[in-house]
Design a binder for this molecule. Structure first.
Ligand code: ADP
Ligand code: F6P
Length: 458
């Protein structure tokens, strides 16, 4: 059997250390099952950067191989092109994007250097699988070095409509270079369709049907492969002693009153201020919830050196103060905002203690939190998921209460529906979602992509 080589910016951790981010969480489960090599950044900077020593660590069947970046790489590639240019554009926020040439050059440089370091580790029949928007150019760099292996790419975040992507300078060049992959996977069928449309309308390629596009002498399979979680494993986590302790702590605190839970990295794509305002609206429009319902928001800080991220945190702190100041009572705090991480076990217990899971991104590739919330529920008395139509997860979870996160009144009304939903309806909706996330779990997702890659690129 061929060896699997995964490339991503963040690598690991393989243990439950509470590190937030959907990509790492999904890949840990898959790589542990299949075994292979996982290559990427150490998460630290040094003077030698990517020319420095390769740091390797083998845990069971998985070998981690990581290299540093220089501070300039970090600034131009990671904080720059990846997170100040691509992230906003791909999340439909051209207004927040910074198109500095320096960032574009840093992106090209880091893709090239990382590919150069992986090259000597590759074996002839390795299957290479590159992850996410940090490494759109990776296959083109490897091909330029003579690598002919099968290479797949998966984008964990949205791929916008061509009308939006065209706002990115050199978007056509970026997409042309992506055609060096054999297979390109997206979170939803709509994202895949957006990519194919771009190839046809902006770079003169052809849509050949069945997901295949051709341009510049290359034919590539482009499809939606919605990512899953290890649903059965996560459901088990929710019953571990550690998870139970967290469930019990919350249940003691809320004393039978319902809790709404939100769990997100602090990011403008997650719709957090809109969510807090919708919760305030719930207390305004449905006053019977005052003194009873609370919102717990777990929100680990992310990319805090970027202004847009620091600002959103300040806004959330202000909103929390405002809403609590307005409504709190002696024995009730409306919002508990915690800018910190928890282990996955603890999170599972927190989800289980919450009557409503509130997942309201303005744009999100998939949103694994929606699936984790469902997996962690008690079958006999499950909570209700309120889910943004703009999360990739909405495509496969129609039994959630689907909302438009921009509508303060609409989200407040959905929360009220969730809080008053009869047990039988809660069970029916939950069972349908739980069965589906178990069937379409992380390993099914990976197997499908790798099977298609094998079948397609003979
Ligand atoms: P993204 O990839 O944009 O961060 P996802 O919802 O797809 O969004 O994935 C986030 C992952 O990070 C989930 O697996 C979630 O459990 C985890 N996570 C989010 N917040 C925390 C937290 N405070 N502590 C621990 N893990 C977290
Ligand atoms: O899933 C999207 C993603 O950007 C991952 O690629 C990333 O690891 C995660 O979110 C967290 O972001 P960051 O690596 O920038 O901390």
């Amino acid at each position: 059997m061929s060896r699997l080589v995964v490339v991503s910016n963040r690598v690991g951790p393989l243990k439950d250390t509470g590190k937030a981010g959907g990509l790492a969480v999904a890949l840990v489960d898959v790589l542990q099952e299949m075994g292979g090599l996982w290559f990427g950044w150490t998460g630290t900077t040094s003077d030698e950067g990517s020319f420095g020593p390769l740091q390797t660590e083998a845990v069971d069947t998985v070998t981690l191989a990581q290299i540093d970046m220089t501070q300039a790489d970090y600034d131009d590639f990671y904080a720059g092109y990846a997170n100040r240019t691509l992230w906003p554009v791909l999340h439909y926020r051209l207004d927040l994007a910074d198109f500095s040439r320096r960032y574009e050059e840093g992106y090209r440089r880091v893709n090239e250097r990382f590919a150069t370091r992986l090259r000597p580790m590759l074996k002839a029949d390795d299957v290479i699988w590159v992850q996410d928007y940090h490494f759109f150019n990776f296959a083109a760099e490897l091909r330029a070095m003579g690598v002919t292996n099968k290479i797949a790419f998966f984008l964990h975040i949205p791929f916008p409509a061509p009308e939006i992507l065209a706002g990115l300078p050199n978007a056509d060049q970026l997409v042309r270079r992506m055609l060096a992959y054999d297979l390109i996977g997206f979170q939803t069928s709509r994202d895949a369709e957006n990519f194919r449309r771009f190839v046809v309308s902006e770079i003169g390629g052809k849509d050949k049907g069945n997901g295949v596009v051709s341009a510049g002498g290359r034919e590539v399979l482009v499809r939606g492969y919605p990512i899953g979680i290890d649903a059965a494993g996560f459901a088990k986590l929710a019953t571990t002693p550690d998870a139970r302790r967290h469930t019990a702590r919350i249940e003691k605190l809320v004393g039978g009153r319902p809790q709404i839970i939100g769990v997100d990295r602090i990011d403008y794509s997650k719709g957090l201020p809109e969510r807090f305002r919708a919760f305030e609206r719930l207390l305004e429009d449905y006053p019977e919830n005052r003194g009873g319902v609370s919102l717990m928001q777990v929100a680990p800080p992310s990319r805090s050196e970027l202004d847009a991220y620091a600002e959103i945190r300040r806004e959330l702190e202000e909103l929390t103060g405002h809403i609590n100041g307005r409504f709190a009572d002696l024995d009730w705090t409306p919002i508990r905002f915690m800018a910190r991480s928890f282990t996955r076990r603890a999170l599972a217990g927190i989800y289980r203690a919450s009557r409503v899971g509130l997942v309201t991104p303005l744009r999100d590739g998939m949103n694994l939190v929606a699936k984790e919330y469902v997996a962690a529920q008690r079958a006999e008395d499950p909570g209700v998921l309120v889910l943004s139509r703009f999360a990739g997860a909405a495509e496969g979870m129609p039994e959630a209460l689907i909302v438009n996160p921009h509508s303060t009144e609409g989200v407040a009304a959905a929360l009220q529906t969730a809080l008053t939903m009869p047990l039988e309806e809660r069970r029916d909706r939950w069972q349908a979602m739980f069965d589906r996330i178990c069937a379409q779990d992380a390993s099914a997702w990976a197997r499908e992509i790798l099977r298609d890659l094998d079948a397609y690129s003979k």
